[in-house]
Design a protein around this ligand. Structure first.
Ligand code: AMP
Ligand code: MG
Length: 908
C-alpha cells in the first residue's frame, strides 16, 4: 500500500527539527505565481458547516481504514520530556484553544450512502489526563514511561468516533513530565506538526502571562480545502495535470529492482530501521557550491546523487524516486493543520555518456516541471495511470527522498526544557528505502530508512557510504561522465581485492603428466585407474601412455598439434590423454556418442592432425585430413618393449587441451587451455581439498567436459585411485557397490548429485566412505546441500564453480555444518584465481550489488580456437590484468562469499 507520508513519519522522531519543508517550495510558488497571469484563485470558505467531502488523500486513508480497521500504520506519535515548571492549566488551555482554532482536530469521519464525509464537532474544553508516576522508583518510572510511549503509539484511533488527536501527560516529579501526543495522519502531516508546535509555543506563552491568544483566526479550514480541491481538480485542470504526469512517467520502470538481503515478502511489510550519517562540512560546502554554480537547488543535487546510486544498485538506467512535497503553495493553507503532503514521482535517466553536471540539469528540469504540477494528489495519479499493482511493492516508486530545511519553530516553552523521547522498536516504513536529509547545519544530517524485512543494517550503512562517496566524486569532477564516478571507498575496494584474490601463487609448476609420472615412480604397483573392464596400476598406465606417445611421434604428430581421443569412458582413453601430452600434443577429447553433426563440427573446427580411436568414425562424421590411429589395427606397435616416453619438452605456455563448450545457442567454441593453467587448477584443488594417496575418486563426468580433468587429474597427481564409472552404474545398486564401493571422493552436477544423495541415503549405502563430496557445473540449489549433508554425513561438502574459459574451476564454497545456506553459492577464489564483480560498464560493484563475474589470475586461458574476435570480446584487460568475462551474475555477500544470481540475458 502506498503512501506519501514518510517525511512525516520520520520527522516525528525528531520534533526539534520540525519545520517548513523547502526553500524550493517558496521558489516554486513564486515562479508559479509569476507564471500565472491571473491572480491565484483563492480557496473560499464552504457555505455551510455540514458534512463535507474528504480530500483525495484523506479518502485513501479512510478506505485503508475501512479495509483494516484498528490499524496503527497511520498513527503519528510524538513524545516529549518537559523539564522545568509546567503550568498545567495554561497547557490545557493551549490544547483546548488549538482544537478550537483547527476544526480538523475535532473532525470525525462517517459514511453517508457509502461515501465518506467529514463531520466537524463543536469545540469542547479539554482536560489533560495525567498519570502520576512520581511515587515510583526511578528505574520503574523510566520503564513505565517507555512502555506508555510505545503503547500510546500503538493504540488505534476510531475515525468515526474521534478525537483524532490524543494528548496525555505523565508526571514523574514536580519539574519532570512526559507529554504524549498522537495524531492520525488523516488530520495532519509534517508541516502540520510545525504549525502545531509554533502555536503551542505562542499560546502557552500568552496564557502563562494571562494574555488572550494573539493568533489571528484562520481564514479557511481543512474541510474548505477538501471541498475546493474536489471542485477544482476536474475537467480541464485535471486533464492538464494528468496529461503532464502521464507523459513524464510513460514507459518508466514500474519497479526499482534493488538487490535485497532477504527474499521480498509476497505482501509488503512495514517494519523499518534507519541508519544515520553525516556529510562532512567540506562535502556539504562543495555540494552547495555546485548547486549554486549550476543554478540548481541543493535538493536537486542530492537527488541526482541518490538516483545515481540507486541506478548503480539496481543496474537500471532509469530510476523513479518519490519526493514528498508539503503542497502548501497557496497562502491560505499555510497556517492549517491537516493532511496536505503530496509525493511527486521524479524520474531520472542515467544511461549514456552524460556528466554529473548534465544529469543535474536533467534533474533540475524534471523537478521544476514536477513542482509546477504538484497539485495532482498521488492517489489521484495512481487512480488515473493505473500502474501495475503488486502487493509486494508500492506503486510508481519504492524509494523516496526528502530534504528538510532549518526548523522554523523551535519547540521552546518559557521555563521548560524539551527533549524528544525515543520510541524503541516501533519504527515503521512504507517504502523499501527512504533517504531524508536535514539541511539545518554546516553538515548535512542524513537518515537512511530501510525496510528491515528486505535489508540488513549493514547494507543500509554500506549504501550510505556509497552515496557519500559518489557525491564526493561528483562535486570533485562534475564534468566527468557519471559512469566514471566511483562509489566505493578505498577500504571497500581493498576489502573486495582481498576477497577476490587468492593469496596463493604456486610459481612455475610442472605439467600435470610429469607429476603423474612421479607418482607412478613412487607407487608403481598401486592401482591408478579402473573402469568397468579392468584395473590399471600406475606402472601400467605409464607404460601404456608411453607406448602410445611414441607411436604418435613416430606417425608424425608434432608438438602443438591437436590429437583427437575418441576411446569412450575407458582407462585407455586416460592413457591416451597422457600420451598426447607426452608427445607434446594438444588433447582433444571426443565422444563417439555425440551427434554426428557436433562431431563433424568439432573435427572440422579443430582440424586435429591425428585421431586416436578404435574402429571407425561414427556414420556421418568426417575427420578431414586427420591421421586415423585405429588402436584395433595397431596391436603390434603398441606391444613394443618399454623404452620410456619420447623426449618432448612441454612448456607451461604450450596448449594442453582444447575443449568445446556447448553454448546454449550458437556454435560450440573450442577453448585453448595451456599447461600452466591446467597445472594451476590441479595445484589449487590439491591445496583446497587435500587429495591423498589413499583416496579413491569417482570420475562420472563425460570426458568431453572439462570437469573430467578435475575428476581424473587431481586424484592421479596425488597418487590416488580413480574409478571411471557412469551415471547409470553409479545409481545402480549392484553396480555401484561393485564399482564404486570404497569411493572417498565424488563429484556430480546438481541433477545427478540429487539422485546420488537420495540413493546414498538408502539402505545399501555404497557411498558410506565418501569424505569429499563436490557439486557444481550449474547453479546449486541450497536444499541440495542439505540433502548432501544428510547423505554424506562425514564428508566435506564443496560447491565448485568455473567456466571452461578459466580452466575447469576457479571458485569453491565449503558448506558449513549447519548448511544454512539460502542462496546458490559460488564461494571464494581457488588458488591463483582472481574474481571481481563488475557492472555493465566494468566498474566494481559493492557488497550486495549484482555484478558480472570477471575471472582473472592463473587460470585464465588462452582464448577460443579460431575465434579471435570472440576472444577479444570475452577476455578483457582491466587495470593491466587479463580477465575472462563469464556472463555469470553474482554478488558479494558480507561473508566474503559470492552468491550466484543467474546469467546475463544477452549471453549466448
Ligand atoms: P562450462 O564452461 O560449460 O563448464 O560452463 C560454465 C558455466 O556453468 C558457468 O559460466 C556457469 O554459468 C555455470 N556454472 C558452473 N558452476 C556453477 C556453480 N557452482 N554455480 C552456478 N553456475 C555454475
Ligand atoms: Mg565446466
Amino acid at each position: 500500500m502506498a503512501t506519501n507520508d514518510s517525511t512525516f513519519l520520520r520527522s516525528k522522531l525528531s520534533p526539534a527539527k520540525l519545520g517548513l519543508l523547502e526553500k524550493r517550495l517558496q521558489d516554486a510558488k513564486r515562479q508559479r505565481e509569476q507564471a500565472e497571469s491571473s491572480p491565484v484563485q483563492r480557496i473560499p470558505q464552504r457555505p455551510d458547516k455540514g458534512p463535507a467531502p474528504l480530500s483525495f488523500a484523506q479518502q485513501r486513508l479512510w478506505f485503508l481504514d475501512q479495509l483494516m480497521p484498528g490499524g496503527t500504520m497511520y498513527n503519528v506519535p510524538f513524545a516529549l520530556r518537559l523539564t522545568g515548571r509546567l503550568d498545567l492549566a495554561a497547557f490545557e488551555q493551549t490544547i483546548s484553544e488549538l482544537t478550537r482554532r483547527h476544526e480538523v482536530l475535532r473532525t470525525t469521519f462517517a459514511a453517508v450512502d457509502g461515501q465518506p464525509v467529514q463531520i466537524v464537532h463543536p469545540p469542547q474544553p479539554l482536560a489533560l489526563p495525567v498519570t502520576d508516576l512520581s511515587q515510583l522508583g526511578e528505574e520503574e518510572r523510566e520503564r513505565q514511561v517507555e512502555r506508555a510511549v510505545v503503547e500510546d503509539a500503538r493504540r488505534p484511533f476510531d475515525l468515526s468516533a474521534g478525537p483524532l488527536l490524543r494528548v496525555s501527560l505523565m508526571r514523574l516529579g514536580t519539574e519532570d513530565h512526559v507529554l504524549l501526543f498522537t495524531l492520525h495522519h488523516i488530520v495532519s502531516d509534517a508541516w502540520s506538526l510545525g504549525v502545531f508546535v509554533r502555536e503551542v509555543v505562542t499560546l502557552y506563552g500568552a496564557y502563562l502571562e494571562g494574555r488572550p491568544s494573539p493568533l489571528p483566526e484562520l481564514k479557511i479550514q481543512y474541510a474548505d480545502y477538501a471541498v475546493w480541491q474536489r471542485e477544482w481538480l476536474q475537467g480541464e485542470v485535471l486533464e492538464q495535470q494528468v496529461g503532464y504526469w502521464r507523459e513524464q512517467l510513460a514507459g518508466a520502470p514500474a519497479v526499482l529492482e534493488l538487490p535485497t538481503d532477504k527474499p521480498r515478502p509476497a505482501v509488503q511489510t512495514h517494519r523499518g530501521g534507519h541508519h544515520s550519517f553525516t556529510l562532512s562540512e567540506e562535502l556539504t560546502k562543495r555540494l552547495r557550491e555546485l548547486s549554486r554554480d549550476e543554478g540548481a537547488s541543493l535538493f536537486m543535487t542530492l537527488l541526482a546523487g541518490w538516483q545515481l546510486v540507486l541506478s548503480r544498485y539496481s543496474g537500471q538506467d532509469e530510476v523513479v524516486v518519490g519526493a514528498p512535497i508539503a503542497n502548501r503553495h497557496r497562502a491560505e493553507v499555510e497556517p492549517l493543520i491537516g493532511f496536505f503532503v503530496n509525493t511527486l514521482a521524479l524520474r531520472a535517466r542515467l544511461g549514456g555518456a552524460q556528466s554529473f553536471r548534465e544529469l543535474l540539469g536533467q534533474v533540475k528540469e524534471t523537478t521544476l516541471g514536477a513542482y509546477a504540477h504538484q497539485d495532482l494528489p498521488f492517489e489521484k495519479l495512481v487512480e488515473e495511470l493505473q500502474p501495475d499493482r503488486k502487493l509486494s511493492h508500492t506503486p510508481l516508486f519504492q524509494v523516496i527522498f526528502t530534504l528538510q530545511n532549518a526548523p522554523v519553530g523551535e519547540l521552546k516553552l518559557p521555563g521548560l526544557q524539551l527533549s524528544p523521547v525515543g520510541r524503541g522498536g516501533t519504527e515503521r516504513t512504507h517504502f523499501d528505502l527512504s533517504l531524508g536529509i536535514n539541511e539545518s547545519d554546516d553538515k548535512l544530517k542524513c537518515s537512511l530508512g530501510y525496510n528491515t524485512d528486505l535489508f540488513e543494517a549493514a547494507t543500509a550503512e554500506r549504501l550510505a557510504g556509497n552515496y557519500e562517496r559518489l557525491l564526493a566524486e561528483a562535486v570533485a569532477a562534475p564534468e566527468l561522465p557519471i559512469s566514471q564516478l566511483s562509489m566505493l571507498s578505498d577500504e571497500e575496494r581493498e576489502q573486495l581485492r582481498r576477497w577476490g584474490r587468492s593469496e596463493r601463487d604456486y610459481g612455475t609448476l610442472a605439467p600435470v603428466h610429469l607429476l603423474i609420472a612421479e607418482r607412478a615412480a613412487e607407487r608403481p604397483h598401486e592401482v591408478a585407474l579402473s573402469d568397468a573392464q579392468r584395473a590399471v596400476t600406475y606402472a601400467e598406465l605409464e607404460a601404456e601412455a608411453d607406448r602410445l606417445a611414441r607411436l604418435l611421434v613416430e606417425r608424425g604428430v608434432r608438438p602443438g598439434e591437436r590429437v583427437g581421443v575418441m576411446l569412450g569412458r575407458t582407462a585407455e582413453a586416460v592413457a591416451a590423454m597422457l600420451a598426447v601430452w607426452k608427445a607434446g600434443g594438444v588433447y582433444l577429447p571426443l565422444d563417439p556418442s555425440d551427434p554426428a553433426r557436433r562431431l563433424s563440427f568439432v573435427l572440422a573446427d579443430s582440424a586435429p592432425s591425428a585421431l586416436v580411436l578404435r574402429g571407425a568414425l561414427p556414420d556421418g562424421a568426417s575427420a578431414g585430413d586427420a591421421l586415423l590411429l585405429d588402436l584395433d589395427a595397431e596391436g603390434d606397435g603398441l606391444a613394443a618393449p618399454e623404452t620410456g616416453a619420447p623426449v618432448v619438452e612441454v612448456g607451461g605456455g604450450d596448449v594442453a587441451y582444447v575443449i568445446y563448450t556447448s553454448g546454449s545457442t550458437g556454435e560450440p567454441k573450442g577453448v585453448e587451455v595451456e599447461h600452466r593453467q591446467l597445472s594451476n587448477m590441479v595445484a589449487a584443488s590439491q591445496d583446497a581439498f587435500g587429495f591423498a594417496g589413499h583416496d579413491a575418486a569417482a570420475c562420472l563426468a563425460p570426458l568431453t567436459f572439462d570437469i573430467s580433468l578435475f575428476e581424473l587429474l587431481c586424484p592421479l597427481a596425488a597418487g590416488a585411485r580413480v574409478v571411471l564409472a557412469d551415471a547409470r552404474s553409479a545409481l545402480d545398486p549392484g553396480a555401484a557397490l561393485e564399482l564404486l564401493g570404497g569411493v572417498t571422493c565424488l563429484h556430480a552436477v546438481p541433477g545427478l548429485m540429487r539422485q546420488l544423495a537420495e540413493f546414498a541415503a538408502e539402505a545399501a549405502r555404497p557411498y558410506a566412505g565418501v569424505r569429499l563430496a563436490f557439486v557444481g557445473g550449474e547453479a546449486v540449489p541450497p536444499d541440495l546441500l542439505l540433502r548432501m549433508r544428510e547423505a554424506f554425513p562425514s564428508a566435506g561438502i564443496h560447491v565448485l564453480y568455473g567456466p571452461t574459459e578459466a580452466t575447469v574451476i576457479c571458485a569453491s564454497h565449503a558448506v558449513g555444518d549447519d548448511a544454512r545456506v539460502t542462496g546458490q553459492m559460488i564461494g571464494r577464489p581457488l588458488g591463483g584465481a582472481c574474481l571481481s564483480l563488475r557492472d555493465g560498464r566494468g566498474r566494481e560493484v559493492p557488497v550486495g550489488v549484482t555484478g558480472e563475474i570477471y575471472i582473472g589470475g592463473a587460470g585464465v586461458t588462452r582464448g577460443y580456437l579460431n575465434r579471435p574476435e570472440l576472444t577479444e570480446e570475452k577476455y578483457v584487460e582491466v587495470d593491466g590484468e587479463r580477465y575472462y568475462r563469464s556472463g555469470d551474475l553474482g554478488r558479494w555477500l558480507p561473508s566474503g562469499d559470492i552468491e550466484f544470481l543467474g546469467r546475463r540475458d544477452d549471453q549466448v
